[in-house]
Design a protein around this ligand. Structure first.
Ligand code: KG4
Ligand code: ZN
Length: 341
């Protein structure tokens, strides 16, 4: 019998407005602590300066909690993995500096992680609540900050084949919701109302974007004009038709995503599909993927919600995969706000 070496990876994520730390042990999650920054709610979006300060406040207690919850001592850590980018520079600097210092202090390897790769590789966390995709597969990362379709040949052999040329899909949900008077983030609320509304009540035009790229800014404008026009005729239009409006908006957004995904399947011949990012919680996209399974023979993978929004377990699993390959980084590394896959 071969003896199995215990590998414990600490992951640190601080690219946007969540401070997170997690421990992965041989591919399995022991802890995944996320401190959400409530401070941004009043502004209806993330304020970078406030995010950096909140990270600085949260990072030490969050890491301590992740280690304690995992039931290990920091001396047992094999390596420290951190988000190098992409993200907000001030936010990234907090996690990067902390990770470098800790790795130096403990005299263990440091591992840089690309946040967008991590959203995809989150599927490789061994957890009975999710399934691991087979290579090659198509990954669609959809959140408040990202909208991408990526062809994944292997863990670290990825190619972005489509991305948004303006807003992210989560922004399309959140900004439409703001026009309806819903609080931020509006995505989950639109989803809830949509399930009780008529999705064909109000048709919205589809943006014409070539290839596999996305655009949501024109969609946002069409929602605005539609609401303005209707409210001129009836000032209570939104209140009277909220569920139907939400269902119609969601239907239109999901159609935009699914059109491109179907096109990507056609162009690549790959029918194995994994989604990630906060918007993958949406009931419309989940139903559409299920339909893809029955109608087109797709195999789809939806991650556990915990691993789909920004979190450090996804950073730690990438750390683990890189640790197995001996892919370490040196102490001169710097954060990178723009960082492609
Ligand atoms: O991944 P995430 O937590 O953070 C980043 O943006 O990186 O994603 C948050 C986004 C927000 O735009 C939120 O409105 C959206 O995900 N979201 C949803 C749902 N749950 C979260 N959008 C539509 N339907 C949902 N059920
Ligand atoms: Zn993200």
């Amino acid at each position: 019998m071969t003896t199995h070496k215990d590998i414990y990876i600490l992951g640190i994520e601080s690219s946007c407005d969540d401070t997170s730390a997690a421990i992965i042990h041989n591919g399995k999650k022991l802890s995944n602590v996320v401190a959400n920054q409530e401070v941004h709610k009043a502004y209806g979006g993330v304020v970078p300066e406030l995010a950096s300060r909140a990270h600085q406040q949260n990072i030490v207690p969050v890491v301590q909690q992740a280690i304690a919850q995992a039931g290990i001592d920091k001396e047992q850590l094999s390596a420290v993995a951190f988000t190098r980018g992409p993200g907000l520079m001030g936010s990234l600097l907090v996690g990067t500096s902390f990770a470098k210092s800790l790795a130096l202090g403990l005299n263990i390897p440091l591992i840089e992680v690309n946040h967008m790769q991590a959203h995809i590789l989150a599927h490789f966390i061994e957890d009975e609540a999710q399934t691991i995709p087979n290579f090659p597969f198509l990954a669609m990362t959809i959140s408040g900050g990202h909208t991408q379709i990526v062809k994944v040949n292997h863990h670290f052999d990825m190619e972005v084949i489509g991305h948004t040329i303006d807003d992210a899909v989560g922004e399309a949900f959140d900004k439409s919701g703001k026009m309806l008077g819903l609080p931020y983030p509006a995505g989950p609320i639109i989803d809830k109302y949509a399930q009780e509304g008529n999705s064909t009540a109000f048709p919205f035009p589809k943006p014409k974007v070539p290839g596999l790229d996305f655009s949501f800014s024109g969609f946002k404008t069409s929602v605005l004009y539609f609401l303005q026009k209707q409210q001129k005729q009836d000032p209570d239009f939104i209140a009277k038709h909220l569920k139907d409006i939400c269902a119609s908006i969601q239907h239109a957004i999901i159609n935009i995503l699914m059109d491109k995904l179907k096109k990507a399947v056609k162009e690549t011949g790959i029918k194995e599909i994994a989604i990630g990012g906060g918007v993958s919680a949406n009931s419309g996209i989940r139903n559409a993927l299920k339909q893809g399974e029955s109608s087109y023979g797709w195999t789809t993978h939806i991650p556990k919600f915990e691993y789909t929004t920004d979190n450090a377990a996804m950073i730690a699993i990438v750390g683990y995969l890189k640790y197995l390959e001996g892919d370490f980084t040196d102490q001169s590394i710097t954060a990178k706000a723009r960082f492609s896959i």
